[in-house]
Structures are given as structure tokens and as C-alpha cells.
Design a protein around this ligand. Structure first.
Ligand SMILES: Nc1ncnc2c1ncn2[C@@H]1O[C@H](COP(=O)(O)OP(=O)(O)OP(=O)(O)O)[C@@H](O)[C@H]1O
Length: 265
């Protein structure tokens, strides 16, 4: 075990077993995520990005190998890990405040100050005055902000983000990239982002892991230059190093394509 890793995959292979047989989705994955690190997982469709995220979340256990959270073997979902998806999954019959409180209710950790905490978080995430409104009254970008509030209210150490911005308009997506990066940095969280958007990975993350399919393995990793990591995603997009990272990513995906590992998205 690497002492400094908050999350770790050790020689992880995952096989899905279904009625027609077994399918190896990912094989021999070794991966460490440092505390406070922002890691992106990219790669062609079907290379195992969501499988890796679900393994990190403890939603299922690896067929071979181990997943460690703070050095402890993961045996199921942990309150230390929050998960945010492309769809917001807000309940339409609950107010935004009560949607935000859902995680605390599930964890049975609701306290007298929980409502204040939820409302403060909604304010901080740019949703003042929405606590008593319903999700159908909000725009897609506002709903994803509410989903982020619901994920953060339980104070997870690690956030797993599975294409959380992919259903949004470009400029809303840029706004949320700014908000998520600045909020998670301020709170000192660790994050793993799955995305098909190479620009998003380059603008938001410290390190990018490129996976290749057939079965899913690590193809390469790209460390984002320090200068880009210190600034907002929007500023990172305007730096010359941004194009260099994109070129490296494109070359990695092209080489996977050439090797016949699957289509590049
Ligand atoms: N429950 C399951 N049962 C059987 N096979 C599965 C299951 N879930 C995923 N797979 C297969 O495992 C492989 C990896 O899937 P996964 O969803 O992790 O890939 P992905 O890189 O996230 O794909 P995408 O980019 O399209 O979302 C795919 O070939 C997929 O068909």
C-alpha cells in the first residue's frame, strides 16, 4: 500500500457475470489517488471508466485484487465517499432543501442544525432562495448545483463524479466546472472525474488516466502542468500548456484506436 494514497486500486480485475457468461470489464488496474488530488478517467466508450468508479464507490467488489480507502479494504459504500452522476436524481416531490438533506437522512445523521447547513450550502453553490422550491422549477444547471449540495452536505472526503456536466449547455458546463473545482479545492476534497470531454479533464484535473478497452487497462497517464492546476478551469483553458495536454490526450486516444482497442469518443 502506498501510505500517502487516500484511494487505491491494487491489481484490480472485475468480471461481470451474467446469464450468457462472464465478461472481463477491467484487468490488472493499479491506481493511487493522493489526498486532495483531482483525477480524471478518460478513454473510449466501454473501456471501464464507470466500472472503476463503481469499484471505488464500493458499489461492488473486485473479482480479483483490492480497493483501499484510507488504507482500509473497501467492503461496501462508505459515507466518506460521495457520488455525483450525469442525472441529478432529485426527487420531484421533495423541496430542494429536503433533497439536499436526503444523504443525512439515509445516514441517520440529521441534527438540529442540518437545515441551516443545507441552506448555507445552497447559498454558497449559487442557489440562494431555492430551499423551498422544487426541482421542476429549476434549470438543468441549477439542478446539478442542488445535486452537488446534496453530495457535499454529508461531508464526504472523496467525490466520484460520473460525467456530471455532460447533459448541460456549454456555458453552464463551464460555470459548473469553475464552481466544482473551486468548491472542492476550498474544502480540500479528493475527486475522481469520469468524462468524455478531454478539454474538461485538462481544465479541471491534476492528472489524467487514459484507459483502453478490451479488457479495460491503464494505457497512459498525463500529469497536468502545475501552472494549470493552480488556476480556474477557464483560465487553464487559455494557457498554452492546455493545448499541449490536449495534444497528448489526443495522441494517446489515437494510438488506442490504431491498436484496435475501440472507437475514440
Ligand atoms: N452490469 C454489467 N454486466 C455486464 N457487462 C457490463 C456491465 N456493466 C458494464 N458492462 C460492460 O463492461 C464494459 C465497461 O463498461 P463501463 O460502463 O465501465 O465502461 P465506460 O468506459 O464507463 O463506458 P461509457 O464511456 O460508454 O460510459 C463494457 O463493455 C460494458 O458493456
Amino acid at each position: 500500500m502506498t501510505q500517502t494514497a487516500i484511494l487505491e486500486l491494487q491489481q484490480v480485475t472485475h468480471v461481470y457475470v451474467h446469464s450468457k457468461g462472464a465478461f472481463t470489464a477491467v484487468e490488472n488496474i493499479d491506481l493511487q489517488v493522493a489526498p486532495g488530488e483531482f483525477l480524471a478517467l478518460v478513454g473510449p466508450s466501454g473501456c471501464g471508466k464507470t466500472t472503476v468508479l463503481n469499484l471505488l464507490a464500493g458499489l461492488f467488489l473486485p473479482t480479483v485484487g483490492a480497493v483501499l480507502l484510507e488504507g482500509e479494504k473497501v467492503a461496501g459504500p462508505s459515507p466518506k465517499v460521495g457520488y455525483m452522476l450525469q442525472q441529478d436524481y432529485l426527487f420531484p416531490w421533495r423541496t430542494i432543501q429536503n433533497n439536499t438533506l436526503l444523504g443525512l437522512e439515509i445516514q441517520k445523521t440529521l441534527q438540529s442544525n442540518s437545515i441551516d447547513k443545507a441552506v448555507k450550502l445552497l447559498d454558497e453553490l449559487g442557489l440562494p432562495g431555492t430551499a423551498q422550491r422544487y426541482s421542476y422549477e429549476l434549470s438543468g444547471g441549477m439542478r446539478q448545483r442542488a445535486a452537488l449540495a446534496r453530495t457535499l452536505v454529508t461531508e464526504p472526503q472523496v467525490l466520484l463524479l460520473d460525467e456530471p456536466f455532460s447533459a448541460l449547455d456549454f456555458h453552464i458546463k463551464l460555470q459548473l466546472e469553475e464552481l466544482v473545482k473551486s468548491t472542492l479545492r476550498r474544502l480540500g476534497k479528493t475527486a475522481v472525474l469520469v468524462t468524455h470531454d478531454l478539454q474538461e479533464a485538462a481544465a479541471m484535473c491534476d492528472r489524467i488516466i487514459v484507459l483502453q478497452p478490451g479488457p479495460g487497462r491503464i494505457h497512459s497517464e498525463i500529469v497536468v502542468p502545475d501552472a494549470m492546476r493552480q488556476v480556474s478551469p477557464q483560465m487553464a483553458r487559455s494557457m498554452p500548456q492546455f493545448l499541449e495536454v490536449l495534444e497528448q490526450l489526443t495522441a494517446a486516444l489515437q494510438s488506442i484506436d490504431t491498436e484496435g482497442g475501440g472507437g475514440v469518443e
